[in-house]
Design a protein around this ligand. Structure first.
Ligand code: ARG
Length: 699
């Protein structure tokens, strides 16, 4: 090879040693040792001849023991005689780096190596937009976003980071084909939403083709382009027609033997020169938008699974991450310390993701602690664009160098700063209560969240935090819960019940009633249905028309609930109906008699409703929040929406116990941290029976 970067276009590697010897992508699974070498050779020859007829092709020396070397797209990325050689993530392909370096030296390219910790798999994961100083760079499966700032710097071009979501489309060139004239064809489902938005922002609808899944799986996007000719392994008639309408000629070269390894035509080539216009020349230099920050976590990171949760949350959020330091506590009572570096596509992406990690106990390390940034609410009920969204955990905001604890801690609130000097305060305020001009905290700087898991010590914290328990564990959970509720009662604390009507239908009513009569319940949060069916069963012996004693429908029973509501409406309220003797027993009767504070939040399906049901939802939310103040234990019984609503208004430290026969509901509700909630999958009637026996029977 001689100095050829000015004229030559492509680098290929004959498949002398091609084969499938290991599995590093889903395509290779089940294909180890299955390549037909003769067919592979023949297919490669056809591709090579086709391309050589169109442009000049350099050859890379095939090397034994390097079966994937044929995929030269992964050798590096070239612009104007400068190459950034690949630094493979996968150890199986690391050996290729030396052969690649030798080839690039022979070509007299200027080599710019990436730093350690920056996996980058070359043109397989980075594609220039033809004619523009714009590089699309994939990350998330093989290449790391950490490599992107270096690409911006080395080539001086703008780099757009695109997150790959589907392991079958593990390299950007498997699902993205940028084309001249500001066009592109790509497979949308391979990317996350923000990446797609980025693509759609830069490529107008008329200039993009979102290929079908069938085309994508055939690697149609993995095409080599020489001028106006596209060479690809597969393309549907529809896709060909669209590309032809854009003025491209589509040539099909079957490379099925290479698809077995997850590579197509494009993977088998590397561009040694880019289209004119890709060089920044006068249009740059561009600054990288990628942002990195360091987080620190301390506490029971391993035994509580917290580190795992932080790492999966970082991955889900599309951050690049690296655990830089991990000192593991050696005994169960010793905390661990971890330093994690996270990298986002830009400031906003990083901030939003870090806010989430903060609720898991990972905090930004900053040399000089910064005050929180605020922006004024632009209108009543509207927050500034990048507002910080609160969690259930105690939150502190740094204002004028001082940490101020937020009042009214709840989930999904905005932090509003008010007052001056020593009187500075912070409040969690819900969206609709924001006033124009309120100073709302934006971003994550200067916000500190205290998560209990991190502070937990030893074994004590595992009490009543079994996550979701089912079947065998129910009795045990009930025992623990009974112990807790009794203690709350003994110290004059408050227990709240959030309940759906199923409690009545499953025969749990009398058990709940006993709990109320014994003074174990102070607050009942429900809707219109539970009291309706409770009162119906008191008045008519049925619940939704079904005879509770016999479990059979009663003639004309379907009107019972309306008749019950009607009588209460006539009395004016449930309390009045109890006092007038219209209601003689049951759950609501017990609530009235024992001073339980009940709040009924209405919904669209409510009949009547009962006069006590609050049909104005904002008012109902507020009444719930007020009733919940000071409650230490909240039992959620077979109700999803009311329970989630309550979960959102309750600060950390309040024990939430969610009981439902449907594991999905329990999991959803138990999803606020193992210390904060317990899920029990069981029939709620049986559960109440057990609990009432534990608490109310003399033992
Ligand atoms: N087996 C190879 C790997 O998994 C295939 C590489 C395909 N190259 C590409 N640019 N997509 O790394």
């Amino acid at each position: 090879m001689q100095n050829a970067h000015a004229t030559s276009r492509l680098l290929m590697c004959p498949p002398d040693h091609y084969g499938i010897r290991y599995v590093i992508n889903p395509w290779m699974e089940g294909h180890v040792g299955r390549v037909n070498a003769a067919r592979a050779r023949a297919q490669w020859d056809v591709l090579h001849n086709t391309l050589a007829a169109l442009t000049r092709v350099e050859l890379l020396r095939p090397t034994p023991e390097l079966p994937d070397l044929v995929f030269t797209a992964n050798a590096g990325l070239v612009l104007d005689g400068t190459v950034v050689p690949a630094a493979f993530r996968v150890p199986e392909r690391k050996g290729e780096e030396a052969t690649n370096a030798e080839a690039f030296q022979k070509l007299r390219f200027n080599l710019e190596e990436l730093g350690p910790d920056q996996p980058f798999e070359g043109e397989g994961d980075a594609l220039f937009q033809p004619g523009e100083p714009l590089l699309w760079a994939g990350y998330g499966v093989r290449s790391s976003i950490e490599a992107h700032p270096a690409l911006t710097k080395i080539f001086g071009v703008e780099v757009v980071s695109l997150r790959l979501m589907d392991p079958r489309f593990y390299h950007l060139d498997t699902c993205f084909l940028p084309l001249p004239g500001g066009r592109a064809a790509y497979f949308a489902a391979a990317f996350d939403e923000p990446s797609l938005a980025e693509i759609r922002k830069r490529i107008p609808a008329a200039r993009r083709i979102e290929v079908s899944e069938e085309d994508a799986l055939g690697f149609a996007c993995n095409a080599v382009r020489i001028g106006r000719t596209l060479v690809t392994g597969n393309a549907s008639a529809d896709l060909c027609a669209k590309l032809e309408a854009w003025g491209f000629a589509v040539k099909i070269c079957d490379v099925s033997e290479f698809l077995l390894a997850g590579g197509g035509c494009k993977c088998l080539t590397l561009q040694l020169a880019q289209d004119p216009g890709c060089s920044p020349a006068g249009r740059g230099p561009f600054a990288s938008e990628v942002r990195t920050t360091r987080l620190e976590m301390r506490g029971h990171l391993l035994d509580t699974g917290l580190l795992n949760r932080v790492i999966s949350a970082a991955t889900d959020a599309g951050l690049g991450f690296r655990v830089e330091k991990l000192t593991a506590g050696e005994r169960h009572d010793q905390p661990s310390v971890a330093t994690i570096r996270v990298t986002g596509r830009n400031e906003l992406h990083l901030n939003n993701a870090v806010a989430e990690l903060m609720s898991l106990g990972a905090h930004p390390i900053s040399s000089e602690p910064a005050d929180a940034e605020t922006a004024p609410a632009p209108k009543d009920g509207v927050a500034p664009e990048d507002f910080y969204s609160s969690t259930i955990y105690p939150t502190f905001v740094r204002v004028n160098g001082r940490l101020v604890k937020a009042q009214n801690q709840r989930m999904d609130g905005m932090l509003v700063i008010s007052g001056q000097g020593a009187g500075i305060q912070a409040h969690c305020t819900i969206l609709r209560n924001l006033k124009k001009g309120d100073r709302v905290v934006v971003g994550v700087h200067g916000v500190r969240v205290d998560t209990p898991e991190v502070n937990a010590h030893g074994e004590g914290f595992s009490f009543m935090s079994a996550g979701v328990s089912s079947e065998r564990r129910v009795e045990h959970s009930v025992d623990e819960l009974a112990w807790e509720i009794r203690r709350v009662k003994d110290r004059g604390g408050k227990v709240a019940i959030v309940s759906g009507p199923v409690v009545i239908h499953t025969g749990g009513g009398p058990h709940l009633q006993r709990l109320i009569e014994h003074g174990f319940v102070q607050v009942l949060l429900t809707g219109n249905a539970l009291p309706t069916h409770d009162i119906e069963s008191n008045m008519f012996g049925t619940s939704l028309g079904v005879d509770l004693a016999r479990g059979r429908g009663v003639r004309g029973g379907h009107t019972h609930h309306l008749r019950a509501i009607n009588r209460v409406r006539n009395a004016g309220s449930i309390k009045a109906a109890v006092e007038s003797g219209a209601i003689t027993g049951g759950l609501m009767h017990a609530c009235v008699r024992h001073g339980v504070n009940y709040v009924l939040a209405g919904s669209i399906r409510d009949d009547g409703p009962l006069p006590d049901t609050i049909m104005d939802l904002e008012k109902a939310q507020e009444a719930y929040a007020t009733a919940l103040k000071g409650c230490e234990v909240v039992l959620m019984l077979s109700t999803m929406l009311h329970a989630i609503g309550v979960g959102n208004m309750t600060p950390a430290g309040v024990k939430l116990i969610c009981v439902d026969i449907n594991p999905a509901v329990v999991t959803k509700l138990a999803d606020r941290g193992s210390v904060e909630s317990v899920g029990i999958v069981t029939d709620v009637g049986l559960f109440l029976n057990l609990l009432a026996r534990r608490l109310c029977d003399k033992m």
